[in-house]
Design a protein around this ligand. Sequence first.
Ligand code: AN7
Length: 353
Amino acid sequence: MPKVWHGLIREYKDFLPVTDKTPVVTLQEGNTPLIPTRRLNMAINPDIEIYLKYDGANPTGSFKDRGMTMAVSKAKEQGAKSIICASTGNTSAAAAAYGASAGMEVFVLIPDGKIALGKLAQAMAYGAQVLQIHGNFDEALTLVTEISAGFPITLVNSVNPFRIEGQKTAAFEVIDQLGFAPDYHFLPVGNAGNITAYWKGYQEYLAAGKSRKTPRMMGWQAAGSAPIVLDQIVENPSTVATAIRIGNPASWKGAVAARDESGGKIDSVTDEEILAAYRMIASLEGVFCEPASAASVAGLIKSNKAGLFNPGDKIVCTLTGHGLKDADVALSVIDTPQTVDAKLPSVLKALGF
Ligand code: AN7
């Protein structure tokens, strides 16, 4: 690994559709930690090896930075002055940040009241023009697609192929950090861009001789928002994991291909399973992710209970976003602290000494 990281476009330029003339818009994203787990590993199954790819450590706190550095750099190369996206939150935060860095105008459509506060705060702070719609993500995506077709504004949702190109670098990093491809790769599925991108990345590294195999791709939807599992559009998706509250994924076909070509699976986990995993990851490993991210580990726990794994299996779970994005959920589902007088006896008593 290089001592100084120059952002994923410069580090992986041989695998990306860029030239020396591409104006690179970067916040030095990528090179996120691949954390070997100990206590979580013991709690789930000591006979397998579990790693967390912590993409919440990216500059705006989610994996969306990987796709956005590419999408905004290519938009700039093509002379775009403005970008637009629909979002459950993280895409808008990343678009707003990279757009600000590039000096572009950024327009964002989000579902009214259904995105985590931290993500909305980010988009506002980075200076995007944010519009909440009385509707869900799927309706917002339809609207921005129509707007970008009618006006000179570049659409930066994952239907933009450069987004997938940038996001595939996460698979490269896993192999570079681990030294080999894992047996299984678990991740949450919303719009299904990320599972599509990882699968592309794993296949490209295999073709380049950087690994000897590809992992089985294991995608997890929230039970109330599981169109791919049900094989039908969900009109009114619901889940505590607002990031993946999506009823009609843009990369549906890509996800099905990743599943079938890799010998993997796309299944669902309940909100209870997601929140149980969310608490375990934080309290056993010291890694705070947002609820949607925990769907990957919830899926791993479910698969382990079903007896899927062989001893020695190497498993990577992507934690797609940072826990601070959605502090409200942490405080509502875990607990709020007790308040006592600022006196030693009161404090000692409350602490149980
Ligand atoms: C933390 O920001 O769709 O399956 O608009 O924020 O590639 O969509 C976010 C998705 C998982 C699902 N984890 O990834 C958006 C958006 C987190 C996310 C997903 C999202 P995809």
